[in-house]
Design a protein around this ligand. Sequence first.
Ligand code: AMP
Length: 194
Amino acid sequence: MNLILFGPPAAGKGTQAKKLVAERGFIQLSTGDMLRAARSSGSELGKRVAAIMDSGSLVSDEIVIALIEEQLDQNPKAAGFIFDGFPRTTPQAKALDDSLAGRGQMVDAVIRLKVDEAALIDRVTKRFEAEGRADDNPEAFKKRLIAYNTQTAPLVEVYMGQGKLAEIDGMASVDTVSSSIASILDNAQAKKAK
Ligand code: AMP
């Protein structure tokens, strides 16, 4: 089962992905987490992406696609993958389709967390105060929202056209969002088993 959690930064994708890991044994593939890990390890890759990430821009497709490929290769027997923060551009979506097809798999479901931008800014301001992530500062966050709206949001139409998109209210409580996700996944799993 391959699920994409879709939505703007700070929509709650990471929180929901972590619940699915705990409850269903899926593997969370968060390119943001992978890039942050590369930075804290001090690797060459980490050094290359640091300034781009802090500014709120997207790092190159080539880099994130390679990170995802590596994880797919390392986990051939996974019960499922949750793609969190990936794909974010049309070439990334195409690379994911090709990569999964090469493994006899596909994207099974795409769940979009719909949120209100003003509420997101409020959420991120609090996160910035609590955690101090450089790219949560108001200027960088604005840039991340622009990147989402221009480069990522067009994928909604693509997945809708493929009949894979389910939309839920991301402003509801964490538990309400996770039970909506659970029922969408149960349906997708039942469809897959047919
Ligand atoms: P996130 O934690 O998913 O919001 O990602 C934090 C930052 O990492 C983003 O603002 C981008 O700079 C970079 N990043 C994460 N995932 C991707 C991706 N799929 N494509 C390009 N850049 C990404």
